[in-house]
Design a binder for this molecule. Structure first.
Ligand SMILES: [Cu+2]
Length: 151
């Protein structure tokens, strides 16, 4: 709605709400396992993992074996653990840590004890189709009002 704020074009409001509530934005859970020096997902490991999700989806980290934790950020970024942190490293198989990603972006994470051994990965969050539709609809609705008319 920020796009339309200056125009006062109220018709955009119900359309935005409608598209936010559109189907297809069903949240999913993606499970990444922790074992050895590896995050694993779908047969891929660490930085080779291609995990692309939508805002609202959840990543679940499952401890299979070893002494690990899950820390947001790439090692040395200076923002480690700011977005999420599973806590101190633990070695209990079956432990689960979950985080729901709400914003688009590329989010690195690592295991503190094993980051130096390459136990580093990332999640890519791209806007759901409904969100894109909202932006397009908002642009179409707001566009004519923003254009400068010849005098
Ligand atoms: Cu680890």
């Amino acid at each position: 709605m920020q796009l339309c704020k200056s125009t006062g074009f109220l018709a955009a409001v119900p359309i935005t709400i409608l598209l936010f509530a559109s189907p297809g934005a069903q949240a999913e859970v993606f499970e990444v396992t922790l074992q050895g020096f590896w995050f694993s997902y779908d047969g891929q490991q660490n930085m080779d993992i291609e995990l692309t999700i939508s805002p609202g989806d959840t990543v679940r980290w499952l401890w299979v074996e070893g002494f690990h934790n899950v820390v947001s950020g790439f090692p040395g970024d200076g923002n480690e653990g700011e977005l999420f942190l599973s806590g101190p490293p633990i070695g209990e198989p079956g432990t689960i840590f979950e985080f729901t990603f709400l914003e688009p972006g590329v989010f690195g994470y690592h295991c503190h004890p094993h980051g130096d051994f390459g136990m580093i990965s990332f999640v890519t969050v791209i806007p759901a189709p409904g969100s894109v539709g909202m932006l397009v609809a908002g642009g179409l609705l707001c566009g004519p009002r923003r254009r400068r008319r010849p005098t």
